[in-house]
Design a protein around this ligand. Structure first.
Ligand SMILES: O=P(O)(O)OC[C@H]1O[C@H](OP(=O)(O)OP(=O)(O)O)[C@H](O)[C@@H]1O
Ligand SMILES: Nc1ncnc2[nH]cnc12
Length: 187
């Protein structure tokens, strides 16, 4: 199944998928955790992933790349640098030193609050939001709501892996407001 606006080739998808490990019953019973650490440890796969994400930033005309703490940082920061763009962290509450805006949200396995610096963007900046996994969509939805409050425009959301059975794409629709959601892999 392909759910991307511009699907990467099958070889890339296969490579990426082969480096993601299923961990049953983590962090709680019934959740199958998608562990990306084998992918990060493989320089060929990691480099290909960073290339693909940087290409999406260029394709969607992003001025800045936003990463969602913590695993999103690992993907978004190198993608921003490769695309020649600045990186902005959206952090869990209480970690940013400057004046912030905050947004609460629900996870597949808990609740959380995220923050961004109020002055992270110039007026009208187009931002590509990058994360590793789209599950229920709560994190990405909250990040879009938060980012819009800064005055940023949403260029799109890009994730490595979409867990389609959790319905995140549908939940995210209103917050996307027509911006693209790119999933390099969907299961
Ligand atoms: O679509 P959702 O249901 O919101 O779930 C996806 C989010 O959950 C994970 O983050 P988590 O909060 O577990 O934190 P981490 O990146 O710090 O490990 C993942 O990295 C996404 O950010
Ligand atoms: N099943 C899952 N695996 C990895 N990260 C997640 N974030 C939310 N659900 C997840």
């Amino acid at each position: 199944m392909t759910t991307t606006d511009a699907a990467p080739d099958e070889a890339l998808r296969s490579l990426l998928l082969s480096r993601i490990r299923d961990v049953p019953d983590y962090p709680k019973p019934g959740v199958v955790f998608k562990d990306i650490t084998p992918l990060l440890a493989d320089p060929t796969a990691f480099n290909a992933l960073v290339d693909a994400l940087a290409a999406l930033a260029a394709r969607h005309g992003a001025d800045k790349v936003v990463g969602l703490e913590a695993r999103g940082f690992i993907l978004a920061a190198p993608a921003a640098a490769r695309a020649g763009l600045g990186f902005v962290p959206v952090r869990k509450a209480g970690k940013l030193p400057g004046a912030t805006l905050a947004q609460a949200y629900e996870l597949e396995y808990g609740t959380a609050e995220i923050e961004v610096h109020q002055d992270a963007f110039a007026v009208g900046d187009r931002v590509l939001v990058i994360d590793d996994v789209l599950a229920t969509g709560g994190t990405a939805e909250a990040s879009l709501q938060l980012l819009r409050r800064t005055g940023a425009q949403i260029a799109g959301v890009a994730v490595l892996l979409e867990l389609g059975f959790l319905g995140g794409r549908a939940r995210l629709g209103p917050a996307l407001g027509g911006a693209p959601l790119e999933a390099l892999i969907a299961v």
